[in-house]
Design a protein around this ligand. Structure first.
Ligand SMILES: Cc1cc2nc3c(=O)[nH]c(=O)nc-3n(C[C@H](O)[C@H](O)[C@H](O)COP(=O)(O)OP(=O)(O)OC[C@H]3O[C@@H](n4cnc5c(N)ncnc54)[C@H](O)[C@@H]3O)c2cc1C
Ligand code: SF4
Ligand code: SF4
Length: 433
């Protein structure tokens, strides 16, 4: 494992996040094994007294914003309050100032506190790991693509140089009412290059400023269309955007970006950055199987992968391989693309829908559907050509992975060993938000 030295001669190599390019995707916070990353409404930040320089968060970050380090006297580590207030990273401190700090014998109390806190955090995580290893779903997510994935272009347009796209389609793709509606939105890039692969995402910069008068930060959306365009041969992508009218606790809110996008009209211009993501990509080799597990708008990347396979099949270039879908929503009316899904040929994809709020029926979640299909899933889990994708709200992640673990163990497979193999070989991908 690559690690960086955090403190040497009283100088801290402080891990920081660049607020100018961070797209607030939460990947780093979900990945960090010692919970050293946190955020407020504006910035993602790293706690100097917790970060151990393990580097686990570096490669999953889609923008590279996470890979920033500044040498500072340990007693002057940037505080969380300072990091929350940044619009850009501070300059490196002059070498003379660092040299002077190294020679100051005086007040090492703060430096010692940082070192001691880091050591304690390290010891605490080691001892809790020794006694009771917590089940951390994020630990199983691959950070490498399947070996046969196509090359993904990333970060072609950053927050300082967004590309302008034109809305060429916007329709409600659920039958639910306003409070739960989800829109299928098509953005066209005209003559500007914007190559994407199924499983990648883009981010949209909503117009206007936030409560602090700062320009809105970009929001990420998974690409819901195939690599050759929502309309084949066109330079466009589709998004699946849920209109956020309640926060995660159910309190009424008006989500800035989702409402902006859902309210756009054909012809409107939208500022876009990206593309992002180089691991949640589909396999391309003959007879590769894809297991897709999603809820709500987590269906976007699944729609993209399914559509690419459907086009290959239509053109006679499909090389076999199973598609198995587990798709959860509260009701059929809230399930994006419910109609089109029903009309796919039955031998094309093995569909398993789970609804948790249908009147008069027991609540059924994706993990219930996974357990019901244990026999078929176990066969797929035992096949090196199987690739698994999980996408949706963060709350689904643990239940889904525990269900996969049960399926594996019931058929005699060692989950820890299988999970490690899936992760290493880019065959288990998690994208939850
Ligand atoms: C990798 C990635 C891929 C994503 N893909 C998609 C996608 O394909 N489709 C999609 O619709 N969204 C997707 N999102 C979420 C999206 O980026 C925004 O977070 C979402 O649209 C809400 O933004 P907003 O500006 O409308 O809400 P904000 O103004 O940012 O938030 C308003 C309030 O609502 C809460 N909130 C935010 N999102 C939700 C939610 N989904 N449910 C309930 N409460 C919420 C916030 O915590 C906040 O309190 C993705 C996020 C990530 C990180
Ligand atoms: S380097 Fe390791 S400890 Fe530090 S924030 Fe990243 S994942 Fe956490
Ligand atoms: S863009 Fe990178 S630094 Fe920002 S939240 Fe995502 S993973 Fe973290």
């Amino acid at each position: 494992m690559t690690t960086v030295t955090m403190i040497e001669n009283g100088i801290l190599n402080q891990h920081l996040i660049d607020p100018e390019i961070c797209i607030r995707c939460n990947t780093c916070e979900a990945t960090c094994p010692v919970d050293a990353i946190t955020h407020d409404d504006t910035n993602y930040v790293v706690m100097a007294d917790k970060c151990q320089g393990c580097m686990d968060c570096i490669s999953p970050c889609p923008t590279g914003a996470i890979d920033n380090w500044r040498k500072v006297p340990a007693q002057q580590a940037y505080t969380l309050e300072q990091q929350y207030g940044w619009e850009s990273l501070p300059e490196e401190l002059p070498a003379e100032r660092l040299a002077a700090a190294q020679q100051e014998p005086a007040d090492l109390t703060q430096a010692q506190a940082v070192i001691a806190a880091a050591a304690m955090a390290s010891a605490a995580s080691a001892s809790s790991a020794a006694t009771e290893p917590a089940f951390r779903p994020a630990a199983y997510g691959s950070t490498v693509p399947p070996w046969s994935a196509a090359h993904a272009y990333t970060n072609l347009y950053g927050p300082k140089s967004p590309v302008t796209a034109t809305v060429t389609g916007n329709l409600n793709c659920t039958e639910a009412g306003f409070d739960s509606e989800t829109h299928h939105i098509v953005l066209d890039f005209g003559a500007m290059p914007f190559p994407v692969l199924e499983g990648q995402s883009i981010a949209v910069i909503p117009p206007g400023v936030d409560a602090n008068g700062r320009p809105h930060v970009a929001r990420q959306y998974s690409v819901a269309s195939a690599r050759n365009g929502e309309r084949p041969g066109y330079n466009n992508v589709a998004l699946t955007v849920k209109r956020v009218t309640q926060d995660h606790e159910g309190r009424p809110v008006r989500g800035v970006s989702s409402n902006y996008l859902c309210d756009t009209q054909v012809g409107d211009k939208v500022q876009v950055i990206g593309p992002f993501g180089n691991s949640f990509l589909m396999p391309n080799h003959p007879r590769s199987h894809i297991v897709m597990i999603c809820t709500g708008t987590g269906s976007a990347p699944m729609r993209a992968m399914t559509e690419w396979r459907r086009r290959l099949r239509k053109s006679g270039k499909f090389d076999g391989g199973k598609l198995m879908l587990f798709f959860g929503a509260r009701t059929p009316q809230e399930l994006p693309y419910f109609g089109p899904l029903q009309s796919l040929p039955k031998d094309f994809m093995d569909n398993n829908l789970a609804f948790s709020r249908v009147a008069g029926q027991p609540r059924r979640y994706v993990q219930d559907a996974i357990r019901e299909r244990a026999v078929d899933l176990a066969l797929l889990l035992g096949d090196d050509n199987t690739h698994i994708y999980v996408c949706g709200l963060k709350s689904m992640e643990e239940g889904v992975l525990l269900a996969l673990r049960d399926v594996a163990q019931q058929s005699g497979m060692d989950w820890e060993s299988l999970g490690g193999t899936l992760k290493r070989e880019g065959r288990l991908h998690l994208e939850t938000y």
